[in-house]
Ligand binder design. Structure first.
Ligand SMILES: Cc1cc2nc3c(=O)[nH]c(=O)nc-3n(C[C@H](O)[C@H](O)[C@H](O)COP(=O)(O)OP(=O)(O)OC[C@H]3O[C@@H](n4cnc5c(N)ncnc54)[C@H](O)[C@@H]3O)c2cc1C
Ligand SMILES: NC(=O)c1ccc[n+]([C@@H]2O[C@H](COP(=O)([O-])OP(=O)(O)OC[C@H]3O[C@@H](n4cnc5c(N)ncnc54)[C@H](OP(=O)(O)O)[C@@H]3O)[C@@H](O)[C@H]2O)c1
Length: 513
């Protein structure tokens, strides 16, 4: 067996993916066995140094401590003078490393001043708005080793079987506290570059943004292996539509991406256009319909993931259009493919997000950048085929995304501890080719329905998990039908909210008197 000699691991991102990786590594022993779920840690751990780099001021990813603060609605032309919103490297550029970083360390960083452009295009804030509840039942919105609290199975809850986002945030802060994870997490620290050096070590270039001074402290640090767990719902995708940039320059307060949707009052008595046809669209439109003067929807195809949306967007309150043809900058009107045109007070892009790796351009690359892109060169969305000491967690798209994350983390722990061995690179490449043929060369390559996620993803990666590690879907697997019931409930809630039978107050976390 080929030994990878992994002792130190850097984890990029402190969201659910990064935390699951950290927990899995902490529970892996030198002999390749696992203590996951036992409440104990190995006496002889497999890995001696674990560091999580998190760019925000708290861990938890999009479920971290969330305020009302939002990212830029869309980048104003004054900040980003471009037509190329569809290019992730334009919307979130790679930052150049400062001179002298090669001889820096955490104790002896290169200090640079504040950089406003960099701040505005960091996209660090969460897309979670104050009244968001989850769209997957509480039982599945957790890792298998997190408690499945009885109180969330109470059918009298207005949003049963879902969680208020604050409850999911609490799950993660409890997890961090119970497992004493904070000591491994470096907050306010962005990974700006990774590189494998000639000695076979991964060199991470990190930037600590000092919250007191606002200055940037850059340093390099070496690791034997790296996990990329930076999420793929942080950098907004805005389509490149004719006239959009000029329209944005002339009408700076009209456009907003779903990520920055926050206050329903911004839409009261307004003519609103919502672009997109997926879950963010349905989710936001249910709250807009009761307050807006008019609602128009421009969409392309059908939602293949949430089927109820295809009917939910064809209701009398919505003027359903095809796609946008162009923005007329003279008249300020939007022209649609059916020849009609109209002026809007607010235009919301619910057009999705980018996979984006501005710090790993040499390693992680996309096919067809945009909201439908695919990440190339990975084995089961987890192992970088050219170098198995680079791992990725959180790339799969599924209603069971907590369990797919757990499976990837477990497989990395199994292979990096030496308990299991991957197939040859050639076999991995053949697998990718076959999968592209079967599922397509787009984001659908990464998509697993909740009925397929067990057999086609979790079980496959489980083959690489540490010894004595249980299958992440051992308990929840047979209960996956609850996700279907959840989808029915989600549709029911859509109509109740849209028809004002339930208000935002009814579906938000009750505030104690
Ligand atoms: C509005 C919205 C609602 C959602 N609702 C649900 C739901 O109901 N149920 C569900 O199962 N899923 C939902 N999701 C999907 C959600 O993304 C996952 O639940 C989960 O957060 C994925 O975890 P992650 O760690 O992969 O990504 P994230 O949660 O995005 O965490 C990634 C972390 O990496 C950090 N990071 C990124 N780049 C760097 C860098 N260069 N250096 C350092 N740190 C970095 C980020 O700051 C972030 O904290 C939703 C997503 C969105 C956008
Ligand atoms: N908990 C919650 O309630 C909640 C709420 C919101 C989001 N989320 C989560 O957030 C994640 C992202 O979901 P999302 O809905 O934001 O993104 P998404 O699933 O990627 O959907 C993007 C939508 O935009 C459309 N689109 C892209 N370009 C377009 C164009 N030029 N014209 C018209 N339509 C265009 C896409 O259509 P095509 O299909 O034709 O490309 C698709 O309908 C998911 O994981 C979801 O579960 C959860």
């Amino acid at each position: 067996m080929v030994s990878l000699n992994v002792n130190s691991i850097g984890i990029i991102g402190g969201g659910p993916g990064g935390l699951a990786s950290l927990y899995e590594f902490l529970n892996t022993a030198k002999d390749g066995t696992s203590t996951v779920g036992t409440g104990t840690r190995p006496t002889e751990p497999a890995f001696t140094k674990l560091v999580v780099f998190e760019q925000k001021d708290a861990a938890g990813g999009i479920w971290g401590r969330n305020g009302k603060d939002a990212d830029l609605a869309v980048p104003p032309q004054s900040v980003l003078d471009t037509q190329k919103y569809g290019d992730p490297f334009v919307v979130k550029p790679t930052n150049a490393l400062p001179d002298g970083i090669e001889s820096s360390s955490r104790d002896n960083p290169v200090v640079t001043g504040k950089d406003t452009l960099q701040n505005e295009l960091e996209w660090k804030r969460s897309g979670v708005y104050p009244f968001l509840f989850t769209n997957i039942p509480a039982r599945f919105t957790r890792f298998s080793y997190q408690p499945d609290e009885e109180k969330y199975h109470d059918k009298s809850r207005a949003i049963y079987p879902f969680l208020y986002h604050q409850e999911l945030e609490q799950r993660f802060s409890d997890f961090i506290e119970r497992e004493q994870l904070a000591q491994y997490i470096r907050t306010n620290t962005t990974v700006e570059n990774i590189l494998k050096n000639s000695q076979g070590k991964w060199v991470v270039s990190a930037r600590y943004k000092n919250p007191e001074s606002g200055s940037n402290e850059w340093y390099q640090e070496e690791f034997d292996a790296l996990v990329v767990a930076n999420g793929h719902y942080t950098v907004p995708y805005i389509p490149e539509l004719p006239g959009l940039a000029e329209y944005n320059a002339k009408n700076p307060d009209v456009l907003v991406h779903a990520k920055s949707f926050r206050d329903i009052e911004d839409y009261r008595d307004k003519d609103v256009l919502i672009v997109g046809g997926s879950i963010s669209t349905a989710n936001i439109v249910q709250y807009i319909i009761p307050v807006a003067k008019s609602v128009t929807n421009a969409k392309r195809g059908k939602s293949l993931v949430f089927e109820f949306i295809n009917d939910a967007l064809v209701v009398p309150e919505i003027d359903a259009k095809g796609t946008i043809d162009h923005f007329d900058t003279e008249s300020g009107e939007v022209h649609f493919s059916d020849g009609t045109h109209k002026k809007f007070d607010k235009i919301i892009f619910t057009t999705g997000y980018h996979y984006h790796y501005p710090f790993a351009t040499e390693y992680l690359q996309l096919v067809n950048p945009g909201n439908l892109s695919r990440v190339k060169g990975l084995y089961y969305d987890t192992f970088y085929q050219n170098d198995p000491t680079l791992g990725t967690v959180g790339i799969a798209v599924s209603h069971l995304n907590f369990h797919t994350i757990e499976a990837s983390a477990a497989a990395l722990a199994g292979v990096w501890s030496g308990a299991k061995e991957l197939p040859t690179q050639q076999e991995q490449e053949l697998w990718e080719k076959g999968f592209v043929k079967a599922k397509g060369d787009s984001i659908f390559f990464h998509f697993y329905s909740h009925h397929d996620a067990g057999d086609q993803f979790v079980d496959k990666l489980y083959a690489y998990a540490p010894k004595e590690r249980y299958n992440p879907l051992k308990v929840e697997g047979p209960l996956v039908g609850e996700v279907d019931e959840g989808l029915e409930k989600l549709a029911e809630l859509y109509y109740l909210i849209k028809d004002q039978k339930l208000t935002i107050k009814d579906t938000s976390l009750p505030v104690e008197a």
